[in-house]
Design a protein around this ligand. Structure first.
Ligand code: UD1
Length: 435
């Protein structure tokens, strides 16, 4: 049975939390292990999250041995692996599609059901498939599944119409064994991409990526055992910084890489937040009410779409109006109706949310419709004057390790309770599988 979170809000958060390893770096790095043969990948600082465990199960279903304890993961890959991914696991999580490139490169074929629909907009994988086709794969859609095969991928120039994170990762992994040089242009530049590049290099791949959106890969014949370390989770870290801002508290997040979160820090500064930033810590100090600001989500280094719901929650109680434009995903505004239930004043016009700051939020029963929407409701619940109940916590657990414990360590009054079976709430369950 799903559980619900009760938050008795209205108290400033005070204290220090450590950032977890990045979910969005762990998933592609784990998928990269499939490129190995009779060798292994040891990964440190892996967060213990639902999505990470789903990827571990997916790798196991393909024949890998995966051991995971205390944030250390050991993946060992035998000589032969399966190239057919089970539909139940793929449908659970969009990021399952990250195994397509490695399987095709390693086995010459792959069968993968198309990831399902998602409540944060339609999320096709056409760029992944177009790139793989350009590298010499034959791809057919059979009963809703991708059937891909190749007699050997070859390099070439691939321009991505949009700097998709997943397509960049999939194509980079596919190109590791491709004949000759592959040049990927207009790639994503997220820090998680560079974490994958470093991992592939440590496995013996030859890749040049300098963060400019061009990645060059020289095909090699084989890879070898390696070790990798996951970077800090910039989205998780920023969620706690925003919770500090929304509660007028003093929160330090340790183990962060501040230049990964420049876009948020700049926006908070513009909104009047007082902060201290060192080489690996960010502290938000009590700053009173934030001022309304405008922002647009963009691929990195722009403002992350994965922080749009959380900053919106903090800006609901800012002085003045904020204008938030979502340009990465369609319909990533499902948190708005829930925030409005708590007394926020948000109007949606197309892909823009106009947030008129209110003096205070009030507690309500709200539903987490996806991972980051859930995080936004936690922030608004912490800021609200009374009790908030958040349903469908499963979404939050996909991306936040020990959130309730971390919040308690900051002095928050939160409790996890069993959710009653409630037809109305159950019927609001979303189908989102990715943040
Ligand atoms: C990754 C992140 C996710 C984040 C997103 C954008 C992981 C595991 N997940 O998701 O948390 O919100 O980046 O920063 O890293 N698109 C296409 N065709 C494609 C691929 C993408 O049209 O083939 C569109 C998507 O529908 C979306 C946009 O491009 O509108 C961005 O998607 P993409 O960058 O691929 O996101 P993901 O890799 O799925």
């Amino acid at each position: 049975m799903d559980s619900k979170m009760r938050i008795n809000g209205g108290k400033p958060l005070m204290g220090t939390v450590e950032a977890q390893g990045a979910k969005n770096a762990s998933l592609p790095v784990m998928a990269a292990a499939l490129l190995l043969k009779n060798s292994s990948l040891r990964i440190s600082r892996v967060p213990n999250l639902l999505d990470v465990n789903t990827m571990a199960d997916l790798l196991r279903s393909l024949g890998a041995r995966v051991l995971f304890s205390d944030h250390e993961m050991f993946i060992s890959i035998p000589d032969e692996i399966s190239w057919e991914t089970p539909s139940d696991l793929v449908r659970k999580m969009r990021a399952s599609s990250l195994v397509l490139g490695p399987l095709l490169a390693r086995c010459g074929r792959a069968i993968m059901p198309l990831p399902g629909g998602c409540s944060i907009g339609s999320r096709p994988i056409d760029l992944h498939l177009k790139g793989l086709t350009k590298m010499g794969a034959t791809i057919e859609l059979v009963h809703g599944a991708v059937h891909a095969h190749t007699k050997g991928l070859s390099g070439g120039r691939i321009y991505l119409d949009f700097p998709s994170v997943g397509a960049t990762e999939n194509l980079m992994m596919a190109a590791v064994f491709a004949k000759g040089e592959t040049v990927l242009e207009n790639t994503a530049r997220e820090p998680e991409i560079l974490n994958l590049v470093e991992t592939l290099r440590s496995m013996g791949a030859i890749i040049e990526a300098d963060g400019t959106g061009v990645i060059r890969i020289q095909g090699v014949d084989s890879l070898h055992s390696a070790e990798s370390r996951i970077i800090p989770d910039r989205i998780e870290a920023c969620t706690y910084i925003l919770a500090g801002a929304a509660t007028n508290g003093e929160v330090t997040v340790t183990g962060v890489i501040p230049n990964h979160i420049d876009s948020l820090l700049a926006k908070l500064e513009e909104a009047g937040a007082q902060m201290t930033v060192t080489h690996d810590e960010v502290t938000i100090h009590p700053s009173g009410r934030l001022k309304g600001v405008s922002l647009k989500t963009l691929p990195y280094p722009g403002f992350p779409t994965d922080l749009q719901p959380q900053i919106m929650a903090s800006l609901c109680i800012a002085q003045g109006t904020s204008v938030i434009q979502e340009s990465v995903f369609q319909s990533r505004f499902l948190h708005v109706s829930e925030l409005n239930k708590m007394g926020a004043k948000i109007d949606i016009q197309g892909n823009t949310a106009i947030v008129s700051g209110v003096d205070r939020l009030t507690g309500a029963d709200v539903v987490a419709t996806d991972l980051r929407a859930g995080a936004a409701l936690v922030i608004s619940g912490l800021a609200a004057g009374d009790s908030t109940y958040i349903y469908h916590l499963g979404h939050i657990r996909r991306g936040y390790e020990d959130m309730e414990e971390k919040l308690k360590s900051l002095g928050a009054d939160v409790e996890i309770l069993p959710a009653e079976i409630d037809g109305t709430r159950e019927s609001q369950s979303s189908v989102c599988r990715e943040s």
